[in-house]
Design a protein around this ligand. Structure first.
Ligand code: NAG
Ligand code: NAG
Ligand code: NAG
Ligand code: NAG
Ligand code: NAG
Ligand code: NAG
Ligand code: NAG
Ligand code: FE2
Length: 466
């Protein structure tokens, strides 16, 4: 596929539509003319620099961290040792005190997948850290000690500024590497990643070659060993493959990524919540049951009333499959979950819903489609100040390539869409304002291809304009 293909027709159409209709109808909906990617959609070869294993016998690799409790005072440190279990200990000390501590609160897991056998996957949960503090930590022992650091989030509170990064559907192609590089160079200096699902795309290889899970772990270590990434499961985490005797959904993902789900009284690592600074983050599972009476439904029903906007003004929901999507890829796949959950998203004034799955970028207007019932025919989204903005950020750049085919004309609810790879940041300033910005890989990191000043739905529900 052409690396610089162009879709002038659609943009011309959008511009024409703007001239012909009143502003209220047009709503500024833009289909960007850029349809761009840089490289062919193939995974980087195993001998690429980004996949290099650390030297030394049994050295810890694939080091990654995530939040380890509900409020951000805990961390889960994970790593893989290839040949033997090795040390269970994480040594750590805060830069403030320098006092050395260690934790052995470690679970070691292994799994088999067809003819693949994993290394020793360690998950060490450390609690009661000081807020807003830099910690150094060491995994491994003897001559294969490896040292990293992270900064704990500030204490939860309503006006605490905090900058999140957003990455989805990353995979391990040359495009993925550009996305990660741009993320790391982002001038807003994002502090942790909200990752909206589809990590390694190992399942796109014969027999779901799980060596691609390992190589992905080594690829992203350069960020996730230093920053908490908050995980969401996607369809490429399911790894359900009865043809080769693999019947347990999410087996590789759930062995490799430890989630603090019990801390939010969830019964599954596939849905959970955390507080971080001034944000309350709810993670949902597009590929688990969510209809009435199911565990996820019951959990979310009990969870939403717990969110105290005086404590965490920003209510962010993450899922893999978008509820609003105007691309011809995965079109309406989120519809059944939308029908079940959208009334709650509006009722509880969710600020923003981030999703992935569609390998492109899209941002919606604040709209809802909850009036519809089977007899009234009101099946059109309407402008709704209580509704979230829906953002599809599945544009990390994976082996499956770019989603370029859009529904035409662009629906009114779609504010901006573009088929390019990239990432975004959500930069919370205080309880009323957050700055959102999307970067496309093809331009310099300082170029903002789409941006919006978010106004908090609870404290300051005025209309935004980009
Ligand atoms: C697993 O089986 C495949 C296909 O037969 C083969 O190519 C691969 O080398 C095997 N891997 C291991 C670890 O045995
Ligand atoms: C990936 O990106 C990093 C950082 O820009 C660079 O050092 C590395 O050489 C890249 N690797 C490949 C295979 O492109
Ligand atoms: C979980 O449930 C327990 C027992 O009902 C309760 O004390 C605790 O506050 C709940 N935690 C969260 C985060 O909702
Ligand atoms: C909500 O949070 C505020 C600020 O932390 C606190 O003062 C208030 O008691 C909380 N409300 C409830 C119902 O817990
Ligand atoms: C469907 O909507 C119509 C019009 O708003 C309303 O009169 C009717 O009661 C609704 N039916 C149900 C089952 O909610
Ligand atoms: C785009 O998607 C539509 C609907 O699935 C399909 O009919 C059409 O052929 C596709 N166009 C291209 C260029 O792939
Ligand atoms: C919140 O942040 C916005 C954007 O930086 C600023 O304009 C506004 O004055 C701030 N509000 C308060 C109460 O500080
Ligand atoms: Fe997906």
């Amino acid at each position: 596929m052409g690396s610089h293909s162009f879709a002038p027709g659609s943009s011309a159409l959008a511009v024409l539509a703007c001239f012909l209709s009143v502003a209220v109808i047009c709503n500024g909906g833009t289909t960007s003319p850029f349809v761009r990617k840089i490289w062919p959609s193939v995974d980087m070869p195993f001998d690429s620099d980004v996949f290099a294993a650390p030297t030394g016998h049994n050295a810890p690799q694939q080091v990654h961290i995530t939040q380890g409790d509900h409020v951000g005072k805990g961390v889960i440190v994970s790593w893989v040792t290839p040949h033997e279990p090795g040390s269970n200990k994480v040594h750590y000390w805060s830069e403030k005190t320098g006092r050395k501590k260690h934790s052995e609160n470690t679970v070691v897991k292994t799994y088999k997948y067809y003819n693949y056998t994993s290394g020793y996957i360690h998950h060490c949960t450390i609690k009661d850290l000081e807020p807003d503090t830099k910690y150094h930590y060491v995994v491994g022992s003897g001559h294969v000690r490896r040292q990293f650091w992270f900064v704990t989030p500030p204490e939860v509170g309503p006006d605490v500024p905090y900058t999140f990064g957003l990455i989805g559907d990353l995979g391990q192609t040359l495009d993925s590497n550009v996305t990660l590089t741009h993320y790391q160079q982002n001038p807003y200096n994002p502090k942790s990643v909200l990752f909206v699902g589809d990590l390694s795309y190992a399942d796109d290889h014969p027999l779901h070659n799980n060596l691609r899970w390992d190589s992905w772990g080594r690829f992203v270590e350069r960020s996730v060993a230093y920053q908490h990434w908050i995980w969401v499961s996607g369809n490429h985490e399911i790894d359900y493959c009865p043809e080769i005797g693999e019947y347990t959904p999410f087996k590789p993902y759930l062995h490799r990524y430890e989630i603090p789900y019990r801390e939010s009284n969830s019964t599954s690592p596939l849905w959970y919540s955390i507080k971080r600074a001034s944000a309350y983050i709810i993670v949902l599972s597009s590929y688990s049951a969510y209809a009435i009476y199911t565990p996820q439904y019951v959990w979310l029903q009990e969870e939403l009333p717990k969110v105290n906007r005086s404590e965490t003004p920003w209510l962010i929901v993450l899922m893999h499959t978008p509820l609003y999507n105007s691309y011809n890829y995965h079109y309406m796949e989120g519809e059944s979950m939308r029908v079940v959950f959208e009334p709650w998203l509006v009722q509880y004034k969710v600020d923003v819903v981030f999703a992935g799955h569609v390998h492109a970028y899209e941002r919606s207007e604040r709209i809802s489609n909850v009036a519809y019932n089977i007899t009234n025919g009101l099946a059109t989204p309407v402008s709704d100040p209580n509704a979230p903005v829906y953002i599809t950020i599945g544009d990390g750049g994976n082996i499956e390539g770019l989603a370029k085919n859009m529904t035409e004309p662009q629906p009114e609810y779609s504010a901006f869409r573009e088929a390019s790879f990239g990432h975004a940041i959500f930069d919370i300033k205080n309880r009323t304002h957050a700055y959102y910005s999307w970067n496309r890989n093809n331009d310099g990191i300082a170029t903002e291809a789409d941006s919006l000043w978010f106004r908090n739905r609870y404290w300051d529900p005025v209309k935004e304009s980009s």
